[in-house]
Design a protein around this ligand. Sequence first.
Ligand code: FES
Length: 169
Amino acid sequence: MSDRRQFITGAGLAAFTGLGALGVLYGAKRSWDPLPSVAAAGFTTIDVSAAEENIPYTEMWRGKPIFVLKRPKQDKPNDRDIVINGARFMITVGLCTHLGCIPAYDGAQRKFLCACHGGEFDSAGEVVKAPPPRGLDIPPFKMDGSKLVLGEEGPEYKKLLAAGLTNKV
Ligand code: FES
């Protein structure tokens, strides 16, 4: 009898753990699924019209991960926001400005957490916990409707650069 109970408890735990793992995988898959993008001649075009709020997407551009995040509505607007069709986006290079690790987004905290030395960035890419010396860098981009062309320096990017809101990548 006790063996049977143990078996049932074990089976229940396995099912519960399996469901948890599926949930994690589903969440991870959503964040891995890229937005539609096209790469050509050093430029990468990303269509952000299908982006979901608080779900980060990662795109590769010139060998670097680029984070695209439709910022959560409850987070304050930031001067670094890139406004596309009325929605606020964070577009940054996905490398920690401390020593270059790739931070991971925690949707519940709405922060990018760097596992290497505990640095944290908010959903605008600003540092909220040292040691990173500055916010996540913004790659050169040009806006084209609901599309972003990475690698081209459009007027919006030049403005951010001139205002000292990002380093040149
Ligand atoms: Fe990110 Fe050090 S590399 S905190």
